[in-house]
Design a protein around this ligand. Sequence first.
Ligand code: ADP
Length: 399
Amino acid sequence: MKSLLIINAGSSSLKFAVFALPLTQDAPSIYRGQIDGIGANTQFVAKDIDGKTLLDTFIKSPEGTPLEAQQQLALDALLNWIESQNVQLAAVGHRVLHGGKEFCAPVQITPEVLAKLETFIPLGPLHQPHNLRPIRALAKKYPSLPQVACFDTAFHRTQPWEAQTYPIPRNFTDEGVIRWGFHGSSYDYIARQLEGVIGKEKAHGAVVIAHMGNGASIAATRGLKCVATTMGFTAAEGMMMGTRCGTIDPSIILYLVEKHGYNAAQISSFIYKESGLLGVSGGLSQDMRTLEASDAPEAKEALKLFYYRAAREIASLTAAAGGLDALVFTGGIGENSSAARKAVTDYFSWMGLKLDPELNKVRGKAHCIHAADSKIAVAVIPTNEEWMIAYHTTSLLSL
Ligand code: ADP
């Protein structure tokens, strides 16, 4: 069967989805899964279209195998397994963190493109090298297999100058310390669903899209194009997240260095791994479900702060977008937590935003959840980043 492989490779994980060709609107992936714990205890799980587990195994490698070699073993294991399912790959689509200023849209990989993408590694050292490694490995193994890169940053390149610029000395701005924005494939997908869910007029107006998952960001669109977003130079800015702090006073970092002697690794851990819901809940959990089910006061405070910070970011984006015709929730929390949607939208009741409590409980498909007399439309739209990458890959390659 001719198919498309979608890869989202990180340093210790490789998520994948396989779509049958020709690709249809919102077609489910025929296989999906992930390889986790690369570098420690590498586990490979693959599921079929119904979510049934087809494979759950550990990939062994000799003690002391370097991380890069283990990442290669993981990719080889995936390709071998795919072959064993009688899947014939027509192309591969990749989620790539950074497209810099050059790539504002998906691009087919060539040696020149790959070389350019490697120059963006300093902008995203935690992700970019790992996103590019499988591209390089596949190009070597199957030189005629077309590959497409879809960038997390691309959707945000339509932001005006003031939305992309930090108030810092210009030389840093010139070398790329700007507000890039991330979660681009998710926003791209949501923007394409807007007309169908909230109607053409509102869809082309001022829309704020809250992508709330473990990683969380919010973006504002006008005419379906991004005009502002909460993530900036890295995916640490803006929203409070599962384990990331989001926007904090930058001098807190100085304080940590001077008072506690923090080094770069400790600062990184503080920003990315120890803060957010996990940090505020006193280490209880980064997971919204666990916190919602907990009676601990720290869990309640973590939720309260999450809702409050989300509302403040939405309000800020509303000013940047010049209004608020519609508010859209997506991501694991946005799609599933009616409590989070209620708590966040309560901050906007003064603007005439009203939820319909029954519609807010409905799960599954994209739908509106505002009351009939609400001045602002509110919708839940499940995101589908893999499908979006599959769509761009087939469009670009005319598959
Ligand atoms: P990632 O950024 O890793 O892709 P997801 O979009 O999968 O994250 O979102 C994960 C978050 O969604 C977790 O905090 C999880 O608790 C939350 N979540 C998932 N299902 C529910 C639910 N039914 N109710 C509340 N929160 C949920």
